[in-house]
Design a protein. Sequence first.
Length: 133
Amino acid sequence: MPTPRYDLTAGVIKGILYAVGGYLDTVEAYNPATDSWTAKAPMPTRRHLLAAGVISGRLYVVGGVNGNILNTVEAYNPATNEWNTCGATTCISRMPTARGYLAAGIIGRRLYAVGGADDNYVLSAAVEAFNPR
């Protein structure tokens, strides 16, 4: 990876690996066919200890830590190299439970945020589902 970091997350879209965050807002894409890395648009919210999942060709990143535990949900579209941000008519919702140190997985077309911890490092057994529709 061009940028050393830890506590990042990753996702794969159309055979390209996207490395996201890790104390940074940095996003880099690895193409194994060319064995090369490319810098992509940075995340709107810098963070680490976040989780990610891919639904319909978009990379959704959830939660994490940026001084505080976050309930942020943001989506990256590799076709446009843009992140979803709240606008006049559209906005990705926030997770009901702010948390870092979490895991995420996709079942069907839903992203499930699993476990994690809050600002006081209290562990959570919460499982919450996000439907991008």
